[in-house]
Ligand binder design. Sequence first.
Ligand code: AGP
Length: 609
Amino acid sequence: MCGIVGYNGKNKAVDILLNGLSKLEYRGYDSAGIAIVDKDIEIIKSKGKIADLKEKIGDKKLEGTIGIGHTRWATHGEPSEANAHPHTSNDGSVTLVHNGIIENYQELILKLKRHDYTLYSETDTEVVANLIDYYYKKYKMGPIDAINRTMVRVRGSYALAVIFKDYPDEIWVARKDSPLIIGKGTDGMYLASDVPAILEYTRNVYYIDNLEAACLKKDDVIFYDLNGDEIEKELKTIEWDIASSEKEGYEHFMIKEIHEQPDVLKKAISAYVKDNTIDFTESLLTSDVLKGIDSVYIVACGSSYHVGICIQYIIEDLAKIPTRVEVASEFRYKKPILSKNELVIIISQSGETADSLAALREAKELGSKTLAIVNVVGSSIAREADYVLYTYAGPEIAVATTKAFSTQLLVLYLFSIELAKTKKQINEETYIELLNELKEVPDKIKYILDNEVKRIQKITSEFSHVHDAFYIGRGLDYAISLEGSLKLKEVSYIHSEAYAAGELKHGTISLIEDNTLVVGVISQKEIYEKTISNLVEVKSRGGYILTVSPESIPVDNVSNYKITIPETNKYFYPSLIVIPLQLISYYISVSKGLDVDKPRNLAKSVTVE
Ligand code: AGP
């Protein structure tokens, strides 16, 4: 949940590190630091955001062309200068930055204390710096031996960048479960937790696997396995363009990414639909594979889990395949009962979420085939799943997901349609009809963005004071309400809950009082009257009703404020409804003057349990 960067090359490292860290700030932003190798190793760290670190560095002359940096999301030890990274071993011979969590650090502290090491911070990371130093001094077999012995001894997740005082021209890295890429540039070698940090300097990257290490020299890198033997790695090219990791004139990444949805959805459609036929062959998800699926188990976290809830309705209704959905943190420890031909689908924007990665491994352990729906190319979940369908949303910087959510929905719509056809639950005519409807969704989203934004901005300014909000709907409307409610909580800090509309009168309706904000989501023709009567019940107890619905659903009698979306096929309404729900959250957050892109206590990729 932190971000790490490193550079070893011809240019001054400080600017490259600070620039990279500012691009990784969505991963954690409560403290930061850098270490620059010049005549000695100079460490500067500060509490707060990268801007605070830049201020602290001021016009300090840091000429070194080798350095590592870190932006933190505190797990062990409060955000403070002492707990900020880089951390050093007692005598400064080892300096490092770390993303991840060392689970057995308490035990290691006892070991180190037995060898007269002392600790100045509350972090698990400082323990690793001293442990590497301990092995380095004990066995005198050089950096790779000390790092490998440490990897064998520690339990947990880590991406480490290490500088040994004795090897001032090198940066050493090692990883297990936390993301780490190595960039090869024309003026040096780079390392980072994620692509946006180095995209400005190179598109050529290496991915190292779990329990592997590497040594970054000025113009090259050597990879090692856990035995200390050199191994080869393939250099890959990143497709994303730099612009996609910039704000391009928008005030926040979130609103920029909301407006990018029509384009990225068109991109995802053209990646998988050729001549009105869905083509997953590139991912080896052939019709034979689909034919063999008897049930589906969707596992994910947060917003990705909400995509799963939406898709459950569609797979069951369209393909008639029993589908379960579970949050990954429960799935991984509950010893799930998986049937023989059950496909486990892991949905993840980052492809690095710890619980989702563990759930994937658990499903594979239990013998199930696994399909990953992932946005970040080359991420752990993508590389470890049996099949992967990328979502082509491009880099998503804002912590609150929007465009990646929409592309996950779209790719799984395509999966559901192809599964239904393969299972002969729909005929060719319905197949084409659904694809034609789906192809119109991006333009319908554009219509909402072109026509509703101003109105939504106006109405939401009236809600920045509310303390509680409720989102209600039935079926797919309830499923997408879950996402609307999470978006509001994430970026506006307003307590919010989404409810199956029929469930309200079994208790929660007691919370409704004058001016309680209730967002009614109503798109499903078969059941809309039921939802409307639930809204009438709420309104009669003082609730302020904001509805999101297509023109064909009559809401005038119950709605205090209605947001109208274009008509579409019943299965695709979540893609249209989520747009106003994203905008409501965004504009309430803006009207409260909050840091929309980096909400408090959150991080874009949750790489620890
Ligand atoms: C959504 O806005 C949040 N960032 C969070 O709930 C997120 O969906 C969750 O952490 C899962 O992340 P993933 O899709 O990268 O696995």
